[in-house]
Write a protein that binds this ligand. Structure first.
Ligand code: N01
Length: 896
């Protein structure tokens, strides 16, 4: 093993005792080793510094009994060199720590890496020298390194956190930390052992310690979900899949959500029977694969609280079946976080260990630890005499190891600790504004710990090294992200965090495990593949968000934000682009209708409601079909008359089915979706007159429909929003029916096309300018377009029911929706607006596809509920009666 006295590599120059290199890398784990290999290969003089005595990173330190990886090792391996893949075979599906360490040693040997690694070398400070455009690193043993580029390959879970329990230093027995386990064998035989902490480390170590110790007492504060690893040979189906097309398998992993190639589930929990769900769960349990368990049960398990609760209950059922003592089983059953919000654990005999006579579980929720004494541990209730304490208390994750190099001083004396005081700020999780030429591998703001780490590491290393090569070729010597790009990324991360349930757990993902640490989801929750696409796009768009400079070059700053769309909207639009769909207007009316039907057939089915009834009502000129959605709760319910979208040309009473179901559930109201007539068969003003007539009929037949007699509400999306707005004006002018509120989602309100949103969003966001021209031409002659029955913005607005107007940032109709809301307000109508940032025209109707639309629909439902509740003095809202109320978005997604 190399000693601390490793001399400076031959490739390094020195000046005044300071080693001069192109690149200094901190950390000799998976990331540092691959960086060194690649950087050297392309001619950068590189040194790697590591506090450890040899290569391995996290696998060097975490030597506790039972330590293994929790992603199958065929996936948790380097893929950069096919020859390396051939040269190494894993012995088990989840390799032990010692086997992984051997693998990393083998890699170091194979590429002769150790000669450029300085072990036992802790970096104590890093300072950017603007004049020299270099970083100066100081180390614990005094040596200094000057580098052009400074890369933190320090890992996400390498800085153990202190246990935060009084009296640890008083304890006279043996103390171990799982994250800093000794190299010598630790003997537990005949000893009374305490383990504090039941995360992945504790759960792996506990069964093995229990087998040796005279007695083991486990101190558990929060129970975790754990899945039996079912370790053994690598499953034959995965090996066959890999070997049938190794390159294809690896490529799929790179573009998958988690870095392991599993397909996206498309079936939702509510489409499966109890028996089918159980069967899927049992298969996952028997498979022993966390990624499989977290992604392959049903599509809503990771994004919806209700879909997730079904998984949680099935795991708790398993715990109750394995653990004999009901009180212990109950204590081991997590209830405080969704499955996957906290990293679930992969175990071998964990739950069954609590059936052993020599194991006691202490539930710290009932009896917290008060102190550690010379002879043991005292809780609020009892004292436990122990000989050994094992702290499996976790890490200051994601930021801890980076901040452990302190101070990191960037441009203008800026300290990273100050910049990150309220939580890490990065661009792409790779770079930080104000810290030129500093890179982080799998830093906060990148998928990192929510992915197969090796896939994410290889992506970062490749991206960084390619950037350094490109800079060298172009003559640039510094690179730094802009504040705009970083702020945009921070916003994008927050948007992404609404996609999954990670925000709902108090975990190390959110900084909650370290007292005083800023809270917020730190890893990128938008998925490995989408993230890779974004990093590539930064490059293809001319290093968007970066400023580059060089001695003989003009500074190049391509300022801007890489993602302004909501993450799921971006995915949907990219998917549509990939499908190379023809413009809808090029298909002709019948073709467009067939196409819309085909699109609707491919979307997720809506959720169950109490009852769905198809029938007919009386329209302006004959009967019209309608579809009624009734809540499962006891009636009578308020009625919402709903008008679908489709430009007065496409769609029918079923075409917004998932949206109506969702809103019926969310509001607890009856939704009646009206099949109003369409152009070109029925041009202006048929849709408007049908809408009005249908509303009148529904109000008159409210009791028969099971609804509340009295005022109804109206709602509509797009052209349906137009029909809803017009209906309110007609109802006011024609003596009823009474309407207590209007919900207008991306409504058409005016015939002019010159507002900025028409130009800004003319193409690329599904509803295009030319499609809108087409709709208008089919429905309404130019001479009729100023008529308020098609351009309600041109009508009289006073005296209309209160309104909730939704507009989307990337929608040609945005500005006319805003104009309508403002005009309503100016006319004294109580109005609330939801201007949805990052959304497009179909964001709110693409239920269970655009997950970030949930909070918007919650706000719409709240508005409808308020409208339906008349003020005490009057039967319905009159002009100006209701103050405009501000509504906060809900804390989390609900199923409605
Ligand atoms: O750490 P943790 P870990 N008093 O933070 C408890 C990876 N990993 O080392 O939840 C009492 O998960 C704490 O309780 P609570 C993996 O990503 C991977 O186990 O804060 N208890 C918790 O139970 C993993 O998620 C593998 O209430 C205290 C435990 O200590 C991550 O590393 C193996 C306490 C800490 O759990 C971290 O896992 C191991 C106190 N004062 C780890 N302070 C693989 O298989 C903390 N706790 C690849």
């Amino acid at each position: 093993m190399p000693s601390p006295a490793v001399s400076a590599p031959a490739s390094e120059a020195t000046r005044d005792g300071t080693a001069l290199v192109d690149v200094a890398v901190v950390g000799a784990g998976f990331a540092g080793l691959y960086l060194l290999h690649l950087l050297r290969k392309v001619g950068f003089v590189t040194v790697v510094l590591d506090e450890a005595g040899d290569v391995g990173g996290t696998w060097y330190w975490n030597r506790y009994p039972g330590a293994r990886c929790d992603v199958q090792t065929i996936d948790y391996s380097y893929t950069f060199d096919p020859e390396l893949e051939k040269a190494w075979t894993w012995s088990e599906r989840y390799a032990t720590q010692s086997e992984i360490l051997r693998y990393l040693g083998f890699v170091a040997e194979r590429y002769d890496l150790r000669r450029d690694i300085r072990f036992h070398t802790r970096v104590t400070a890093a300072t950017w020298d603007q004049a020299a455009e270099r970083w100066l690193l100081t180390t614990a043993y005094g040596a200094t390194v000057s580098c052009r580029y400074y890369i933190m390959a320090t890992g996400c879970l390498s800085s153990p956190k202190p246990p935060e329990i009084d009296g640890v230093s008083n304890f006279k027995g043996e103390v171990y930390f799982t994250g800093r386990w000794p190299h010598e064998e630790v003997k537990f035989a005949g000893k009374r052992v305490a383990v504090i902490g039941t995360g992945s480390s504790g759960i792996q170590a506990i069964p093995l310690i229990a087998e040796q110790a005279a007695h083991l007492t486990v101190f558990q504060r929060t129970p975790n979900f754990a899945l039996p690893a079912q370790n053994g040979p690598v499953p034959a189906d995965r090996v066959a899949l890999l070997e049938s097309d190794r390159a294809g398998y690896r490529e799929q992993a790179r573009w998958s959500l988690s870095g392991v190639p599993w397909p996206r589930q498309t079936i939702f929990s509510w489409q499966l029977s109890d028996a089918e769900r159980r069967e899927r769960f049992e298969k996952a349990w028997a498979r022993g694969d966390l990624v499989y368990l977290l992604t392959q049960l049903w599509a809503d398990q990771g994004v919806d609280v209700d879909g997730n609760k079904l998984v949680a209950e099935l795991v708790r059922e398993k715990i109750r079946a394995i653990v004999k003592d009901p009180k212990t089983a109950a204590a081991l059953s997590p209830h405080d976080h969704p499955v996957g919000a906290k990293r679930p654990c992969l175990d071998t005999n964990y739950y069954a260990t609590y059936n052993r006579p020599n194991v006691t579980m202490v539930n710290l929720r009932e009896e917290p630890i008060e102190a550690i004494t010379a002879s043991g541990i005292t809780t609020k209730e009892r004292s436990f005499g122990v000989d050994v304490i094992v702290f499996a208390t976790g890490f200051d994750a994601m930021t801890g190891a980076i901040m452990a190099v302190h101070p990191i001083t960037g441009r203008g004396g800026k300290l990273l600790s100050d910049v990150w005081a309220n939580g890490p700020k990065t661009y792409l999780g790779l770079t930080v504004a104000g810290f030129p030429n500093l890179f982080m591998v799998t830093g906060p703001g990148s998928p990192s710990v929510l992915s197969n780490m090796v896939v994410s590491i290889e992506q970062h290393v490749d991206w960084i090294v390619e950037r350094l090569i490109a800079m060298r070729e172009a003559g640039f010597t510094t690179i730094e992200p802009t504040e705009t790009a970083q702020a945009g990324w921070t916003r994008h991360l927050a948007d992404c965090s609404m996609l999954t349930l990670h925000r709902l757990g108090n975990t190390w993902y959110t900084g909650a495990n370290v007292p005083g640490k800023a809270r917020g989801v730190m890893p990128y929750t938008g998925g490995v593949g989408p993230y890779r696409g974004i990093c590539n796009e930064v490059v293809s768009r001319g290093m968007l968000g970066f400023s580059l400079a060089g001695p003989n070059l003009q500074r190049q700053c391509n300022d801007g934000e890489i993602v302004r769309l909501q993450p799921d909207v971006r995915l949907v639009l990219n998917m549509m682009t990939d499908m190379k769909l023809p413009p809808i207007e090029s298909l002709g009316v019948q073709g467009a209708r067939a196409f819309a039907t085909q699109l609707n057939a491919a979307r997720p089915a809506g959720r169950p409601v109490g009852e769905v009834v198809d029938s007919t009502l009386q329209g302006a000129d004959g009967s019209l079909p309608y579809r009624l959605y009734r809540p499962a709760t006891l009636g009578p319910h308020p009625i919402v008359v709903y008008f679908h979208g489709g430009g007065w040309v496409l769609g029918d009473q079923q075409s917004d089915d998932p949206f109506c179901r969702d809103m019926c559930r969310r509001t607890g109201m009856i939704f009646v979706s009206v099949g109003y007539r369409h152009a070109p068969e029925h041009r202006f003003p048929t849709a408007a007159e049908d809408g009005y007539a249908a509303t009148r009929w529904i109000a008159e037949h409210a009791a028969e429909l099971g609804g509340m007699p009295g005022p109804v509400l109206v709602a509509g999306w797009s052209a349906g929003g137009n029909v809803a707005a017009v209906t309110c004006q007609l109802a006011r002018d024609r003596g009823g029916p009474q309407i207590s509120g209007q919900l207008l989602i991306c409504p058409v309100t005016d015939y002019t096309f010159d507002r900025p949103s028409y130009n800004e969003n003319a193409t690329g966001y599904f509803l295009t300018r030319s499609l809108m021209y087409w709709f208008w031409d089919i429905y309404c002659s130019p001479v009729d377009r100023t008529d308020p029955r098609v351009s309600p913005l041109r009508g009289k607005l006073a005296g209309l029911p209160p309104a909730f107007v939704v507009t989307c940032e990337f929608d040609p109709l945005r500005d006319e929706g805003i104009a309508y809301a403002e005009a309503l307000g100016a006319a004294g109508v109580p109005v609330e607006q939801l201007q949805a940032r990052g959304h497009f025209h179909a964001s709110f109707t693409m239920v269970d596809v655009v997950i970030t639309g949930v909070s918007g629909r919650d706000r719409m439902a709240e508005a409808l509920r308020r409208f339906a509740k008349p003020p005490k003095a009057a039967g319905h809202y009159e002009q100006g009666m209701r103050p405009d109320r501000k509504v906060s978005p809900p804390a989390h997604a609900t199923a409605g």
